[in-house]
Write a protein that binds this ligand. Structure first.
Ligand SMILES: [Zn+2]
Ligand SMILES: [Zn+2]
Length: 337
């Protein structure tokens, strides 16, 4: 069996004679138990297994402008959801299945509010048109906003920012068939969606920092998935029983990249993230520790203070100050080393 690859859904079929995906969790549980089970006589595992998972980088999200769109996922239709657009698509397309135009999703860097960016053609009448996807670096998710000039770079002229309508006179009307924009409710026939249009970044009002924030495309490449998703995923994998004391309980992940530059960037990012985590956990534990003195420590310090004071030699001045500081409850600086 060990040289034969089995698809996960085939495992479900073997176990439950079911092709439905509703038994994935049970299949996973059986596999986990089988990987842990050890023969008491020979110490061999019942079923050690290895999984190969493939994941595509997410180069953006495309969103239908029609908030009444019938192709929305049920999560987006939920009463609790504050989603003001239509269906969400994982690949670039110009039209939704409901025929309404589709534009790329962006988010306010400050508060995460969702916006769509569309091209605007001005002629006899204004039309919204699809725009070319913005190329971003795989590491842009981690980038700190530097300056206001970044905003101007990322929202080129001829581009408008779309947000859900507010049911007020600033709403515009978009004709679904051809993307024509009307200032007022049009009298001629056709299907329309109400939407808000902002020509410049400074008029956005999602949060108090909106005018100074930037709109970021939602691109998630290998650095994001490896930094944010993979650790959580690996934690879910059954721990190897014979690797106690190792990081992540001895669980390992191997990743591949076909980009030399990407690999170099990723190596630097992983190193930086590891140092950040170390610093965070150090600070966490440092503030959790109770530095208060117990009775015994207090007694010893008082005795030492008495001795140093009696000797009355300037050489002990520093020790006396230090003991007094400790007795007064002042926190000592914690050396980084
Ligand atoms: Zn739609
Ligand atoms: Zn905002």
């Amino acid at each position: 069996m060990s040289n034969q690859v089995v698809k996960f859904k085939d495992v479900t079929k073997i176990l439950y004679d079911s092709l439905g995906f509703d038994r994935d969790d049970e299949t996973q549980a059986v596999l986990n138990v089988a990987a842990r089970a050890i023969c008491p006589d020979y110490g061999t595992r019942l079923l050690p297994w290895r999984v190969h998972i493939f994941h595509r980088a997410q180069g953006g999200f495309w969103v239908c402008v029609n908030r009444e769109c019938s192709y929305r996922d049920s999560v987006l239709c939920d009463a609790e959801s504050d989603w003001g657009f239509g269906a969400l698509w994982f690949r670039q397309r110009d039209k939704c299945k409901c025929e309404a135009p589709v534009f790329e999703l962006f988010a306010c860097h400050e508060c995460g509010a969702s916006y769509l960016l569309a091209g605007l053609t001005l002629g006899k009448s204004a039309h919204l048109v699809p725009r070319c996807a913005i190329w971003t670096d795989d590491f842009s998710v981690d980038a700190e906003p530097d300056s206001k000039t970044d905003n101007e770079n990322i929202i080129p002229t001829g581009t408008v920012i779309l947000s859900p309508d507010r049911q007020d006179p600033t709403d515009r009307y978009l004709r679904i068939e051809d993307g024509r924009v009307y200032d007022n409710a049009p009298l001629d026939g056709g299907n329309f969606v109400r939407i808000r249009l902002d020509m410049v970044h400074s008029t956005l009002s999602c949060c108090s920092g909106a005018a100074d924030s930037s709109l970021v495309p939602q691109h998630y490449g290998p650095p994001f998935f490896m930094g944010a998703t993979l650790p959580t995923f690996v934690e879910e994998v059954t721990e190897p029983l014979d690797k106690a004391g190792l990081p992540m309980g001895g669980r390992r992940a191997i990743t591949f990249s076909d980009s030399r530059q990407g690999t170099a960037g990723l190596a630097a990012k992983l190193q930086r993230d590891a140092e950040r985590n170390l610093t965070r956990s150090f600070l966490y534990h440092a503030v959790q520790e109770d530095n208060g003195l117990d009775d015994l420590k207090r007694k010893i310090l008082n005795q030492r203070l008495e001795i140093f004071t009696q000797i009355n030699d300037p050489i002990f001045d520093e020790d006396i100050q230090s003991i007094k500081a400790q007795l007064s409850g002042r926190k000592e600086p914690i050396p980084w080393s």
